[in-house]
Ligand binder design. Structure first.
Ligand SMILES: [Zn+2]
Length: 242
C-alpha cells in the first residue's frame, strides 16, 4: 500500500520514499506526493532519484491494486531510498483547473439543474460533461463565464475534511450538493474526502485543488459539443489571477 500524501497536502512538491517493489519500467513506493491518474484528473509527472541517478516519472497509475510510477529509464530495486519531486508547474495548473471545474459545475447545477457526469482535468484546456444540457448558446456561455468568474473573485477558501462514507453522503445531500457520481465509488471505500469551497460548493473528491479561489484567476469557456444522450461537453481554459 502506498500512502498518498496529496490527500492531506496538495502543496507538497518533494518527498522521500522507499521502494516496496519494482517492475521493468515502474516502481511501487511506500509513500508518494504524485497524483495517480483518476477522477478525471491527469496523473502527475516529475522525477525520482536515488542520489546518483535521476529518472523521469512519465505517469502514475493504479494497476492491479498498486500505485505504479512509470519510469523513463531503468527501475530501482526494492529497498532503495528515493527522493521524489513533482513537475510543479504541471501539477499547479491541474490544481487551478480542478478547482475551477468545481465552481463551474456548481454554477451549472444551480442555474440549469444539470449534473456533472464526467471530466478531464489537464493543462492547457480541461473539459467537463453535463447532463441534461441539450444546448449551450453564446449568450449562456458568456453568462456562465461571467458568473463563475465573479464567484472565483470572492476569494473562497477551499478546505478538505475526511468523513465516514455515510456521513459524507448525508452531509452533501442535506445541503443540496451533487452526490450521484458517488455511486461509482467502490463500496470498499469507507472514508470520503470532502472538499468545500466556501459554503458555495461541497463534493467528495480525491483530486488536487488550490487552497483559495483567488489562485485560480478566471475561466474562459471555449467550444461545447453534444456527446449524446443529452450530455454536453464544455471546454474551458484559465486566465491568470490579476
Ligand atoms: Zn475535485
Amino acid at each position: 500500500m502506498t500512502k498518498l500524501l496529496h490527500m492531506s497536502d496538495n502543496y507538497l512538491r518533494e518527498f522521500d520514499a522507499s521502494v516496496i517493489s519494482s517492475g521493468e519500467d515502474y516502481v511501487v513506493i511506500d509513500q508518494t506526493a504524485f497524483y495517480p491518474e483518476g477522477g478525471g484528473q491527469s496523473s502527475d509527472r516529475g522525477i525520482l532519484s536515488d542520489g546518483t541517478r535521476i529518472v523521469n516519472v512519465k505517469e502514475v497509475r493504479k494497476i492491479d491494486g498498486e500505485i505504479r510510477h512509470k519510469l523513463d529509464g531503468p527501475s530501482f530495486a526494492a529497498g532503495t531510498e528515493l527522493h521524489g519531486e513533482l513537475d510543479w508547474e504541471f501539477r499547479y495548473e491541474c490544481m487551478r483547473f480542478h478547482t475551477a471545474q468545481h465552481v463551474l459545475s456548481r454554477h451549472l447545477q444551480l442555474k440549469y439543474d444539470v449534473v456533472t457526469v464526467g471530466n478531464n482535468i489537464k493543462p492547457v484546456e480541461s473539459r467537463a460533461d453535463y447532463s441534461p444540457l441539450d444546448s449551450f448558446d453564446d449568450e449562456m456561455k458568456r453568462n456562465v463565464e461571467a458568473a463563475v468568474n465573479l464567484k472565483l473573485k470572492e476569494n473562497l477558501d477551499v478546505e478538505i475534511r475526511f468523513m465516514p462514507r455515510g456521513e459524507a453522503i448525508d452531509y452533501l445531500n442535506a445541503r443540496g450538493y451533487q452526490t450521484r457520481y458517488l455511486d461509482m465509488v467502490p463500496k470498499s471505500v469507507k472514508e470520503f474526502r470532502v472538499l468545500t469551497i466556501g459554503v458555495y460548493d461541497a463534493a467528495s473528491c480525491a483530486g488536487t485543488h488550490v487552497k483559495n479561489t483567488s489562485e485560480v484567476g478566471g475561466i474562459q469557456i471555449g467550444k461545447s459539443k453534444n456527446v449524446g444522450a443529452g450530455k454536453r461537453r464544455i471546454y474551458f481554459r484559465l486566465t491568470n489571477p490579476t
